[in-house]
Design a protein around this ligand. Structure first.
Ligand code: HEC
Length: 115
């Protein structure tokens, strides 16, 4: 009988822990990216590239301004993938080709910030 009670206590401890886990998952904010393979380029750019390409790529920082770039898409894609030694890291391993394409589109669509 003693043993039996001990087992119940153990079981409820395990159950309690897993319920607590489920609860914390549920209270996490919903992911901004829908599950269809798209990702938030703007947010990603700000976090990953914004350190060097200021104002979302609208202004020069450590790196050049990307908005209104005179380079062609292939050049931009190549630079994002392979970077440039001593200047910019390559991101081929960090993002898929599709994601890099989306970044090129993002750069092409950049407009000056209003206000
Ligand atoms: C450590 C700083 C740094 C980071 C981080 C960085 N870049 Fe760069 N980027 C540079 C520099 C410096 C250049 C200029 C390289 C050169 O001399 O041609 C550059 C050039 C570029 C160019 C070519 C622009 C042109 O006209 O030559 C593109 C496109 C670009 N970066 C996109 C990105 C993207 C997208 C990211 C994030 C995924 C990123 N960069 C992250 C520093 C950075």
């Amino acid at each position: 009988m003693k043993l039996h009670l001990k087992n119940i206590a153990l079981l409820s401890a395990v159950l309690g822990a897993s319920l607590a886990c489920a609860g914390s998952v549920r209270t996490q904010p919903a992911s901004p990216a829908p599950d269809n393979g798209t990702f938030d380029v703007e947010q990603l750019f700000a976090g990953t590239c914004g350190f060097c390409h200021s104002s979302g790529g609208r202004a020069a920082g450590k790196g050049p301004q990307l908005m209104n770039s005179p380079r062609d898409d292939d050049f931009l894609r190549d630079r994002i993938k392979n970077g440039k030694e001593g200047a910019m890291p390559g991101f081929a391993g960090a993002f898929t080709d599709e994601q890099i394409d989306q970044m090129v589109k993002y750069i092409r669509a950049l407009k000056p910030r209003e206000g």
